[in-house]
Design a protein around this ligand. Structure first.
Ligand SMILES: Cc1ncc(COP(=O)(O)O)c(C=O)c1O
Length: 360
């Protein structure tokens, strides 16, 4: 514990009855907990001013650098309530390390992983009544983020930076059971190039994905698939999830890193699948291999993964002028991996990998 964090409890927390109404059907990203955590950084003082205060709007100068040059990074993770009432996060030090990598790319200051975890834990502990019962796959979604808060219009790394954590209760991603996604292959837009920001979790990547996502929706699809920028040939990832392909002989493939956001779910699946006896390949995976593999039956399952949905099967891939539909809706390995992960997250299965971190 290296951070000093003062706690000023909210003078207007949600009543128990309001809270139970919210937790009965929280949706996603709609309601926010009673408090928020703030840290500030300057070159002279380093990280300081740690505080947990009432959740509420920020007063931000219109000349703050983040509003102009998007020097911003964030993370996405969840707190889970186990049957005995205890509260846990899943591999939080991996989110901390990814935020460190993102901060290097965006020329933001480094927040040490133990400080990141301490900050997240502190907010979850203060707002612990907001962590829903785990039955039905509800959780408390956590959003740590860092912004260039210096008031200055010059283009250079900010000399005043703010780190915050906010939290929002989240309902089950799939309400009526797990249903396969229909994906849209964008051939016009790309997400990341060599030397770009693809591997960083920064708002700009999401801003640039929105028009492609709009195109996907316009074609009746749920999510967009991006290809590599150099050749327009290799599958990268979806707007907000990584991908896996399951072959008939049992081996599985996930696109290699470099320009994709390295998901923490993706990495957990590598370990889990290997433990289940599946060979895992991390390599360039072309769109033709996908189309042909599904058509010939060599590829028997396709799924996407990420913190929000955990694991979700992919049914159909559409593109301008064609489509290919996978042989199964929700494949057995997809569902087996999904179940294994959620059972660990909700404390229903032994955590043999040491992934869970107890908050309180
Ligand atoms: C672009 C992108 N890829 C992949 C992922 C999956 O990452 P994780 O498993 O850490 O949630 C996310 C979700 O945060 C994402 O936004």
């Amino acid at each position: 514990m290296t951070l000093d964090i003062t706690i000023t409890p909210s003078d207007d927390p949600r009543s128990e009855s309001e809270l139970s109404e919210i937790l009965a059907d929280p949706g996603f990203g709609i309601y926010f907990t009673d408090h928020m955590l703030t840290l500030e950084w300057t070159p002279g003082e380093g990280w300081h001013g740690g505080r947990i205060t009432r959740y509420g709007p920020l007063s931000i100068d219109p000349a703050s650098a983040v509003l102009h040059y998007a020097q911003e990074i964030f993370e996405g993770m969840k707190a889970y309530r186990h049957k005995d009432g205890s509260i846990w996060t899943f591999r939080p030090e991996e989110n901390a390390k990814r935020m460190l990598r993102s901060s290097r790319r965006l020329a933001l200051p480094q927040l040490e992983p133990e400080d990141f975890v301490q900050a997240v834990d502190a907010l979850v502990e203060v707002d612990q009544r907001w962590v829903p019962e785990g039955a039905g796959e509800k959780s408390l979604y956590l959003r740590p983020f860092m912004i260039a808060s210096e008031v200055f219009l010059g283009v250079r790394p900010a000399q005043h930076v703010t780190f915050m954590v906010i939290a929002s209760p989240a309902g089950a991603y799939f309400k009526g059971g797990v249903t396969p996604l229909t994906l849209w292959l964008t051939e016009e837009y790309t997400r990341a190039g060599r030397g770009g920001m693809g591997a960083a979790k920064t708002g700009g990547n999401y801003a640039s994905s929105l028009v492609a996502q709009q195109e996907a929706i316009a074609h009746g699809c749920d999510q967009v698939v991006f290809l590599d920028v150099a050749e327009g040939k290799y599958v990268e990832e979806l707007g907000g999830m990584n991908m896996y392909f399951v072959y008939a002989d049992g081996h599985i493939v996930t696109p290699a890193t470099g320009t994709i956001l390295e998901g923490i779910t993706r990495s957990a699946i590598m370990d889990l699948a290997q433990e289940m006896g599946h060979k895992v390949e991390e390599r360039g995976f072309s769109i033709d291999e996908w189309r042909q593999g599904v058509a010939t039956g060599d590829i028997v399952e396709v799924f996407a993964c990420g913190t929000a949905a955990v694991v979700t099967p992919v049914g159909t891939l559409k593109w301008d002028g064609g489509q290919v539909t996978g042989p199964t809706g929700s494949g057995p390995l997809t569902m087996q991996i999904r179940q294994a992960l959620v059972d660990i997250q909700y404390g229903r299965a032994e955590d043999t990998f040491g992934w869970m971190h107890r908050v309180c």
